[in-house]
Structure formats: structure tokens, C-alpha cells
Design a protein around this ligand. Structure first.
Ligand code: NAD
Length: 312
């Protein structure tokens, strides 16, 4: 079995690829890697230019507790914001902070005219009502797109703030010219953060969308039909080569910390079957931060009246 992935395999796109397992002399060279790092870098450069034009944009984050991964993510978001010329305010509170104090901080940021975007890093500590806290963010400043107003507009095909990871998946597919219209798209995972919004975005792009989840009885039967497969579960190796339609575009959203580093939901050998594949790390991850910055600029435009935000 070949282990390497050859980006030039794009020449086989749209042609029938052999099924897995393939013989060593197979002409199929493996999936085109949809790398997020380069695209994210370009988006961040555009954001920096636009932030300069807009002037004085600001992103505030609220992190409660000591989840190490959350601290790393929030630090990266601040570094990215600052590199793009977006002011960032970093509020880190101990896990013991009463929910009412977190709500009071969010209120203060809602009222602060100098703040364009607010992000409450999830997960919140056990016992804290995540829905109550995320719903306390003003929809116009809700750069994560988690507020029911933003989720509702996505459902109505009138997106305002869209969850960044879902938006990042779509940008990667667009960048690589993956056909969506009329294609079978299967999304594994139905969370508010990734699975549902990416399903709605694929539907808006005229794909025929199936959503799978932990109670789906025959996952492989669903995924094998997919021209576009999005895995957003958090279970390493859940998607095996035998579950992937040859030539399909596979977006691996999953991130799990393993001994040897970060791993996705998709078995590495899927690269031998798929037409396109996002690597982990370096695929969807970098896109999430880039799209968050883009959302912060969108918030700034809404708040300056440059774009219309519907009245609450
Ligand atoms: P979640 O736990 O909220 O949702 C997981 C979903 O997977 C659920 O809908 C569940 O029904 C489904 N599921 C669980 N087991 C399943 C199974 N055996 N078969 C089919 N479906 C199953 O997680 P989430 O917040 O949506 O995140 C999913 C993954 O994406 C995690 O690994 C997370 O770390 C990662 N993630 C990555 C980024 C990024 O920037 N790359 C951003 C957000 C989340």
C-alpha cells in the first residue's frame, strides 16, 4: 500500500477511481490535499487590508476556566487578530466565576461601542448554562454565529454571522472547485457549531444533503453515497477508506489530541480513495480563525451601517 499523498492526482478528478484496496500499480495517485493554511493566509491578508480601510475594529473574547486547548485557541485568535490589525481584548476568568458575572461581562461588551465582535469560547465550565451565555451576546456582535438570530437567518438562507468552521469548510471546497450543485453531500455530525450549519450551507449551494449522527444505523451505507463527505465528530479513524466513494471530496473537521499530535476523524488511507481531502492538522483548522476574522469585519460593517443588520 502506498502511504504517500500526491497533490498532482488532481488530474484524475471526475474520473472513476479504483475502489479500495488498490493494487500497487494503480494509476490513481491519491487525493488532492485541500490545505487550509495557504488559503487562510490569503484571507487574513485581505482582512488586514479591509481592517485598515475600516479603521478601529475590535474583537473581544471571553474565556472561562482552565481548559488548556481553549487557552491555546484563544491565544491564536488574538495573535491572528492583532496580525490583521484588529484590536483584541482578552478576558480570561477562573472556572469558579459565577454565571451572573460572566453575563455581566458580556453585557458590558455588548454596550461598549468600541467592541465590534464578541466571542465566548466554548466549552464553558460544567454547570454553566452555555445557551444562556451565548444567547446573551448581541446578535450583531455574535461573530461565532451561535445566537438563535444568526442560526435562524442561516436557516432562512439569509446568512448574517455564520459559524466560522462551517464557513471555512465551504471556502475550502470553493477554492478547489469541488462541484456541489446537484451532488450528494453527507455530513457526519449534527452539532450547532459545525454539523448543522455546514449542512445548511451545502443545501444553500444546491447539494442534496444527508445528515448523519450517533444514532445513524448504517453510517457506511450513507457515506459511500457521498460526492462530498464532511466528518465532524471527534472520533479518530471513524471514516475508513471503505466508507468513501472513490473520487469524493472529504472534509475532515475532527480534531483529537493523540500521543503523536492532532488527528482527524478520517483514516489517513482515505487519501488513496478520495479525490480531495483536507489534512489534519492544516486543513479546516486554519480556516476557522481566518473566517472568524472575516466575521469580525462583517460585524464592524453592520455596526457602522455599511451593511444592514435586521432589527431585533
Ligand atoms: P459535538 O460533540 O458537539 O458533535 C459531535 C457529533 O458527532 C454529534 O452530532 C454526534 O451525534 C455525532 N457522532 C458522535 N458519534 C458518532 C458516530 N459514531 N457516528 C456518527 N456520528 C457520531 O462536536 P463538534 O463541536 O461538532 O465538533 C466535532 C469535531 O470537530 C471535534 O473533534 C472538534 O474538536 C472538531 N472541531 C474542529 C474545529 C476546527 O476548527 N477544525 C472547530 C470545531 C470543532
Amino acid at each position: 500500500m502506498r502511504a504517500a499523498v500526491f497533490p498532482e492526482a488532481g488530474r484524475f478528478r471526475g474520473r472513476a477511481a479504483p475502489s479500495f484496496p488498490q493494487p500497487l500499480d494503480s494509476p490513481w495517485m491519491g487525493a488532492v490535499l485541500m490545505r487550509g493554511a495557504d488559503l487562510a493566509q490569503r484571507i487574513r491578508a485581505d482582512v488586514a487590508r479591509e481592517a485598515e480601510e475600516l479603521g478601529g475594529t475590535c474583537l473581544a473574547t471571553v474565556l472561562v476556566g482552565d481548559d488548556p486547548a481553549s487557552h491555546v485557541y484563544v491565544t491564536r485568535k488574538h495573535e491572528a487578530a492583532e496580525a490583521a490589525g484588529i484590536e483584541s481584548r482578552d478576558h480570561r476568568l477562573p472556572a469558579s466565576t459565577p454565571e451572573e458575572d460572566v453575563l455581566a461581562l458580556v453585557d458590558e461588551l455588548n454596550e461598549d461601542d468600541g467592541v465590534d465582535g464578541i466571542l465566548v469560547q466554548l466549552p464553558l465550565p460544567p454547570g454553566m448554562d452555555e445557551a444562556r451565555v451565548t444567547e446573551s451576546v448581541l446578535p450583531v456582535k455574535d461573530v461565532d454565529g451561535f445566537h438563535p438570530v444568526n442560526q435562524g437567518h442561516l436557516l432562512l438562507d439569509k446568512p448574517l454571522h455564520v459559524p466560522a468552521t462551517a464557513a471555512g469548510c465551504m471556502e475550502l471546497l470553493r477554492e478547489h472547485g469541488v462541484p456541489l450543485e446537484g451532488q450528494e453531500a453527507v455530513v457526519v455530525g449534527r452539532s450547532q457549531i459545525v454539523g448543522k450549519p455546514v449542512s445548511l450551507l451545502l443545501l444553500a449551494a444546491n447539494a442534496t444533503v444527508t445528515i448523519c449522527h450517533s444514532r445513524t444505523t448504517d453510517l457506511a451505507a450513507q457515506t459511500r453515497r457521498a460526492d462530498v463527505l464532511v466528518a465532524a465528530v471527534g472520533r479518530p479513524g471513524l471514516i475508513t477508506p471503505a466508507m468513501v466513494k472513490p473520487g469524493a471530496a472529504v472534509v475532515d473537521v475532527g480534531i483529537t489530541r493523540a500521543e503523536h499530535g492532532l488527528v482527524g476523524d478520517v483514516d489517513a488511507q482515505v487519501a488513496e480513495v478520495a479525490g480531495w481531502l483536507t489534512p489534519v492538522p492544516g486543513g479546516v483548522g486554519p480556516m476557522t480563525i481566518a473566517m472568524l476574522l472575516r466575521s469580525t469585519l462583517l460585524a464592524a460593517r453592520f455596526r457602522r451601517g455599511l451593511l444592514a443588520f435586521p432589527a431585533a
